[in-house]
Write a protein that binds this ligand. Structure first.
Ligand code: GDP
Ligand code: CA
Length: 342
């Protein structure tokens, strides 16, 4: 079975880890892995240059989570991490002191940057990094959505109150300002010139099922969907597409996704997010607005949202969706697959 996941960072990584546990159980390969092939297409819109190295937050969160190296409570970064280099950089007064690069994490960025400087693509660098973490042995392939740099920037009203607009990198808005500066809009710099990375469109076309995990709908999943060819591949694939709501009880489970949704005028509810993604069979939506889902899983606290969607012809269901540990997350993945009869 081939499963393709369109993922951001923490939400998508935790979901994929649970999905892999489910597949090891259902489709074991006899060597502790699974015969299923999981392809994770990662958002790279959060990527940036920092202190001369290329940082890819969502790719790294996926790699560390699936590789067993993630800082579990934090959800991202390495466990047993230290920050001596960041502290020393701060002493020089350089860089972004609000964005800590852990010492072990820095090794990842240095290795990636060296490979990029040697002329390798981000896909190639990602494959080289993934080798160390045994992703292939687990039956998972990690792909950046595109090899060309694409960066999400946020247009905000000047915090000094001049009335002018100012554009900052997404990570500056998210990490430094905790998404508290009212965002006017998001801009994906470099997107028009980007192409889906090798394997991305084929992974959607040849999948048995495509999963939209509980990732940020605006700055994680929509960025992937905006890569030229991705929406069209989703429109034409024979695979069903099933999503899991990142919004539970009217708020994101963690993080500031509500501010992102507000910026694009979407209510932070489980059913509004489904309608934002749209249904693949909705003939009224075409082109860049084409719907992407066949089915939608919401949390049990949002059972009414599932009912409303079902009344409008959606394939929707409610189940517990809090990814508290790996076995629980495996059950969430099972519920999502069951919605599309897998
Ligand atoms: P990021 O790139 O690290 O922000 O991570 P993602 O884009 O992959 O996912 C962020 C989203 O995951 C947030 O909107 C959260 O609401 C959602 N999320 C995190 N943990 C859970 C959980 O346990 N259950 C559900 N349903 N959503 C979650
Ligand atoms: Ca992210």
């Amino acid at each position: 079975m081939r499963i393709t996941v369109l993922s951001g960072g923490v939400g998508g990584a935790r979901f994929t880890r649970g999905l892999l546990a489910l597949l090891r159980d259902r489709l074991p390969d006899g060597r502790g892995g699974t015969t299923a092939e999981v392809t994770v297409i990662a958002n790279t819109g959060d990527d940036m240059w920092l202190h001369g190295v290329r940082v890819c937050p969502d790719l790294d969160t996926l790699m560390y989570t699936l590789g067993g190296a993630v800082h579990e409570e934090q959800g991202w970064g390495r466990r047993e991490e230290s920050s001596r280099v960041s502290a020393d950089l701060a002493a020089y007064g350089v860089g972004w002191d609000w964005f800590t690069l852990g010492d072990l994490d820095l090794a990842t960025h240095l290795a990636r940057t060296q490979w990029l400087r040697e002329g390798r693509t981000l896909s190639e660098a990602t494959a080289l990094l993934s080798r160390r973490w045994g992703l292939a042995e687990q039956g998972v392939r990690l792909l950046p959505m595109a090899d060309e740099p694409v960066e999400t920037h946020v247009v905000v009203a000047d915090p000094e109150g001049s009335g002018a607009e100012r554009t900052i990198h997404f990570e500056e808005w998210w990490v430094r300002h905790r998404a508290a500066l009212p965002a006017l809009r998001f801009v994906q710099v470099g997107l028009e010139d980007a192409q889906a990375a090798p394997g991305v469109l084929a992974a959607i076309a040849s999948a048995d099922v495509v999963v939209v995990p509980p990732s940020n709908p605006v700055v994680s999943v929509s960025t992937i969907l905006a890569v030229p060819g991705v929406r069209a591949a989703l429109a034409t694939t024979a695979a069903p597409v099933v999503g899991v709501s990142p919004i539970v009880g009217g708020a994101p489970v963690r993080g500031m996704a509500a501010q992102c949704l507000a910026t694009i005028g979407v209510e932070a509810t489980a059913d509004a997010v489904a309608r934002f993604y749209g249904r693949r069979d909705d003939a009224a939506r075409t082109g860049p607005d084409a719907g992407v889902l066949d089915a939608w899983l919401v949390d049990t606290v949002d059972a009414d949202a599932a009912e409303k969607l079902a009344a409008d012809g959606w394939r929707a269901a409610a189940a517990p969706t809090l990814m508290t540990d790996v076995p629980t997350t495996a059950r969430i993945a099972a519920e999502a697959l069951a919605l599309v009869a897998l």
